[in-house]
Design a protein around this ligand. Structure first.
Ligand SMILES: Cc1cc2nc3c(=O)[nH]c(=O)nc-3n(C[C@H](O)[C@H](O)[C@H](O)COP(=O)(O)OP(=O)(O)OC[C@H]3O[C@@H](n4cnc5c(N)ncnc54)[C@H](O)[C@@H]3O)c2cc1C
Length: 590
């Protein structure tokens, strides 16, 4: 309750509001505060519990500690090749050039990396990286990264944190983002945040699928919030399947088996004992890119050569037990505790799992600015760096490089527009958002949110799988439209309404965007695009902008996106003779 104005919410003002306390949010907060801004970090869970903490394999940076031939240029080339050349090349360049300094900075701030025998930061090989490039702390890199950033953030003057608080609406004033409204998860009370600049660092959207390596927080809220605020999105169809998730027991299906296992020499075999990667990438074998390995496992299963639970065997038993326990301690414990498998003696059973959203908010490479003034994005919620497929380890370096850049730029913006945080907000917009949020509480009947969420996940799993067909996408789209209709009137507020809405938004997009025309903007030219009308998708109407970099698709005169929308990049990916709408999903994991 706002005691001054008697509004049903408390009002908090800051210069820079950071939505998310994962690696991207914390790095942005540190940068903005060091630049002199007052910073408030808001997150759904507790500080230190963001999804970044789960990162295992390492952080990619061309420090050439293990392979002296490595350089930022090779890292740049690997990233572009992995992304099938639809990456934003400038982001790929900045990322490759700046990640070594961001890693060394972490070390100065206290991160305890594994070491080479000369005492330098150790770097392990990973899929599609030409040289050993992943700085790591065993297979618990994310934990150390978060611990270090968190420690730095809480000791930086000007940073405050609001935990267990979910943002459900971004607010505009004078044509720019000037705040957000949120509820506290503990008691449902409302908070109105006012700010001069807002950095979205809300992570990914893996929870739109049933089998995923992602944490419960990854419901794509940030992308949906930005979309509703009129921001441009890109590459939404690019969802990564990590080749190696656990498959058995059923309750742990999807939990990640780090690429570090293959980096340390793990080999993949089908049920006939054949090292099948020879058929798919003779040169790189298990260290091929994630999309190739995931599709290879998928093909083996479809050909009847899968393991008893529909996957492949991943075997590292040729390594000494002590080596495995030192280099892969979490994997050793994970399989022993969850599956009763001793990976020093037995192979692991693995299958592809949804892992990472390459698509997201369209941002400027230098500053992380979205296409709506006052809004910035960094980390998994942003798009561009990874193109069609992310290389392992490139996410942690992404969030360090672009988290810092977004924080710096947001602080500059707050200095340039000091009055933005006190601009007049639209009271009716705030009231409407609160009414929509609390409506399920008033409703006597309606759908169970759990069931609705499960159905979205089932539709995505069934109709937008690793290899997609036009007819299947169409059928999936119809199912999603059904779910977005009257059934979306939820009975209770057991599941965050915001989560469900973003789930719906995300559930729809990959299906549509597989038919999206890849705009010149995605290839580097920031051309204008026309968004598909959200209402036609059964979604809340987003304010439409026609500014540069909008979600771009080709529609015929009836407003239908058509197969004609296949673009140059798509044509390259699909290859000659391939039906226009059949296209593999480009996948890869950490
Ligand atoms: C098991 C696993 C292992 C991985 N290993 C690696 C690896 O070794 N190397 C690598 O490079 N990448 C790895 N990745 C990918 C990488 O961990 C993530 O892409 C990255 O951590 C995302 O960081 P982020 O800061 O963008 O978001 P997150 O860490 O997901 O943080 C998001 C934050 O936003 C907050 N938030 C979200 N919505 C809201 C809302 N509505 N209101 C308020 N707060 C909100 C959350 O509470 C959270 O604090 C791995 C991923 C998984 C799943």
């Amino acid at each position: 309750m706002d005691l001054v104005s008697s509004a049903p919410y408390e009002t908090v003002e800051t210069d820079v509001l950071v939505l998310g306390a994962g690696g991207a949010g914390l790095r942005a907060a540190i940068a903005a505060a060091e630049a002199g801004a007052r910073v408030l970090v808001v997150c759904k869970s507790l500080l230190g519990k963001a999804h970044t903490v789960m990162a295992e394999g390492g952080v990619a940076a061309a420090m050439h500690n293990v392979a002296y031939q490595d350089s930022w240029e090779v890292h740049f080339a690997d990233t572009m090749k992995g992304g099938k050349l639809i990456n934003d090349w400038r982001m790929a360049e900045l990322h490759a050039r700046e990640s070594p300094e961001r890693v060394l900075e972490l070390e100065r701030w206290g991160a305890v990396f594994d070491r080479t025998w000369q005492g330098r930061i150790h770097q392990r090989p990973f899929g599609a990286h030409t040289y050993p490039r992943l700085a790591h702390i065993g297979d618990r890199t994310g934990l150390e990264l978060i611990r270090t950033l968190q420690d730095r953030a809480v000791h930086t003057e000007g940073v405050d944190v609001h935990m267990e608080t979910t943002v459900f609406k971004l607010l505009e004033a004078d044509g720019r983002i000037a705040g957000a409204i949120a509820y506290r998860r503990a008691d449902g009370s409302l908070v109105l945040y006012r700010c001069a600049a807002l950095v979205l660092a809300s992570g990914g959207a893996g929870k739109m699928y049933r089998v995923t390596s992602n944490s419960w927080e990854s419901t794509g809220d940030g992308t949906a919030l930005a979309y509703e605020a009129g921001a441009g999105l890109r590459d939404m169809e690019m969802v990564q399947f990590h080749p190696t998730g656990m498959v058995w027991p059923a309750g742990v299906r999807g939990i990640l088996v780090t690429e570090g296992v293959r980096g340390e020499g793990g080999v993949l075999r089908n049920k006939e004992g054949e090292r099948f990667m020879e058929r798919y990438d003779q040169e790189r074998m298990e260290l091929s890119s994630r999309d190739v390995v995931a599709r290879a496992i998928n093909s083996e299963v479809l050909a009847g050569r899968g393991t008893p639970h529909g996957g492949a065997f991943l075997d590292i038993t040729h390594r000494k037990p002590d080596y495995i326990k030192t280099k892969l301690p979490s994997m050793y414990e994970q399989f022993l505790k969850l599956a009763n498998v001793d990976i020093t003696k037995q192979p692991m059973e693995v299958a592809p799992t949804i892992h990472y959203a390459m698509g997201g908010v369209r941002v400027d490479a230098e500053t992380g600015a979205a296409t709506v003034p006052g809004l910035y994005a960094a980390g998994e919620v942003a798009s561009g760096l990874h193109g069609a497929n992310r290389l392992g380890g490139n996410s942690l370096s992404d969030l360090l490089v672009f988290g810092k850049r977004a924080g710096d730029a947001a602080a500059t913006e707050a200095k340039t527009n000091p009055n933005a945080a006190t601009a007049k907000l639209d009271k009716r917009e705030i009231e409407a958002a609160i009414a929509a949020l609390t409506a399920p509480l008033e409703r006597p009947g309606g759908e169970s949110p759990y069931r609705l969420m499960a159905e979205i996940q089932d539709v995505m799993t069934r109709y937008a799988p690793i290899v997609r067909e036009g007819s299947e996408l169409q059928a999936g789209l119809e199912k999603i439209q059904e779910l977005g209709g009257p059934r979306a009137r939820l009975r209770h507020w057991w599941v965050d309404d915001a989560c469900l809405q973003s789930g719906l938004a995300h559930g729809l997009r990959p299906a549509f965007d597989a038919r999206e025309r890849r705009s010149p903007a995605a290839l580097g030219d920031r051309a204008q695009g026309k968004p598909r009308r959200p209402r036609a998708l059964g979604l809340p109407q987003a304010r439409r902008r026609t500014g540069a970099g909008q979600l771009h698709r080709r529609e015929d005169q009836h407003g239908h996106a058509g197969a004609a929308g296949e673009d140059r990049a798509d044509a390259r990916l699909s290859g000659p003779g391939r039906p226009a709408l059949v296209r593999p999903l480009h996948a890869r994991g950490d």
